[in-house]
Design a protein around this ligand. Structure first.
Ligand code: ATP
Ligand code: LTN
Length: 327
């Protein structure tokens, strides 16, 4: 049986980076795999969060899953903190993780750079991410390119645990899409488009109006060459926009190159904004219907029950394997 676990942190307003790298791939993956899609709120609090915003964003992410087309009848959708097994196995995985391994994580280095102090949880969070995945015996984990290193660590930890205590965890494989797995900032194509970036023009948010979407793409940096051509080395900004275009339109990069041959960037950027708006508007409408509904609460309650059942079974095995007293 092929099983997937993945999630999007409620750490900021969802943008088209998370859409291309995670949400859109989830939609095709749900056809083929048994899926658990969660809202990793325990990960969001590794950096400071306003309680009201965390509450709203956690519901937002869950509502976006459903609004984008994840089918709650087929998939288990839940909020991480409602399944206590995550925190418990997270602690056990910390005991299996070396300090040096965590120090090598590039996401930790980036997020702690230039800060006077960061939380201990920001440092140990890859062990919690490993627990998230291993609890569900996930065979596959769809993620954006930036999570590759955390997935490698998860695999190492699963193997280490299995070698020490006997076969307990499935060793998961990452699924990284070839298109949309690394969407860069619209203001700076050397930086990943990030929910935590305070510059609102660096990304298109999933709730932006068509007008805001047009304005943001119109402002997006390009280059002086004036040709719509994919070349990440010399034309990173245009290549990034082309990839976003491909994510929203479903067209291939070659087809996009052919369509805009000899045309400069004007109509390309306009069409890109239309393609994005066309895809996002129906998602926004459905999001508004569901975000404050009893339907969403019912889905999340049911999801937490189903997830707990699967997670508790694995947690029990892991605790028994380690020698904890269980009855
Ligand atoms: P933050 O910026 O606050 O650290 P994040 O966007 O990196 O958040 P998540 O929202 O939890 O973190 O990411 C959810 C999924 O979306 C992950 O699989 C991540 O790899 C993917 N993702 C996030 N940003 C991008 C991006 N710019 N391009 C492609 N995939 C992305
Ligand atoms: N670490 C991820 C979010 C995340 C996740 C997971 C993704 C937490 N646990 C388990 C996939 C599977 C991030 O920062 N984007």
């Amino acid at each position: 049986m092929k099983r997937v676990l993945s999630g999007i942190k409620p750490s900021g307003e969802l943008n088209i980076g998370g859409f291309g790298g995670a949400l859109q791939p989830f939609l095709t993956i749900q056809q083929e795999y048994e899926c658990f899609f969660f809202v990793p709120d325990l990960h969001a609090v590794t950096v400071k969060q306003d309680p009201k915003e965390l509450y709203q964003r956690s519901k937002d992410i869950a509502a976006f899953y459903i609004a984008a087309g994840i089918d709650p009848k087929k998939c288990t959708i839940f909020i991480q903190s409602q399944v206590p097994a995550h925190a418990e196995l997270g602690w056990l995985m910390e005991t299996q993780t070396h300090f040096g391994e965590l120090g090598r994580m590039t996401q930790y280095k980036e997020k702690s750079e230039g800060k006077d102090s960061v939380s201990a949880a920001l440092f140990t969070y890859p062990a919690l991410m490993a627990a998230d995945i291993l609890l569900y015996q996930a065979t596959h984990v769809p993620v954006g390119d930036d999570q590759k290193q955390h997935l490698e660590l998860t695999r190492d930890l699963a193997q280490r645990f299995n070698n020490r205590y006997g076969s307990t965890f499935v060793v998961p494989e990452p699924i990284i899409q070839s298109l949309g797995s690394r969407i860069m900032g619209l203001d700076d194509p050397s930086k990943k488009m990030s929910k935590s970036n305070p510059n609102r023009n660096s990304c298109v948010h999933l709730l932006d109006s068509p007008d805001e979407i047009r304005k943001k793409f119109a402002k997006a940096v390009t280059d002086s060459e004036g040709s719509v051509r994919l070349d990440w080395e010399t034309k990173p900004a245009v290549s990034n926009l082309m990839e976003i275009y491909a994510v929203f339109s479903g067209d291939s990069i070659a087809a996009i190159e052919r369509r805009y041959e000899g045309q400069g960037y004007g109509s390309f950027k306009k069409d890109l904004a239309e393609a994005a708006a066309e895809r996002l508007i129906p998602i926004q409408e459905r999001y508004r219907e569901i975000v404050d509904s009893a339907e969403l609460i019912a889905i999340l309650k049911d999801g937490a029950l189903k997830a707990s059942e699967a997670a508790n079974a694995t947690l029990l095995r892991a605790k028994q394997a380690m020698g904890f007293v269980t009855f």
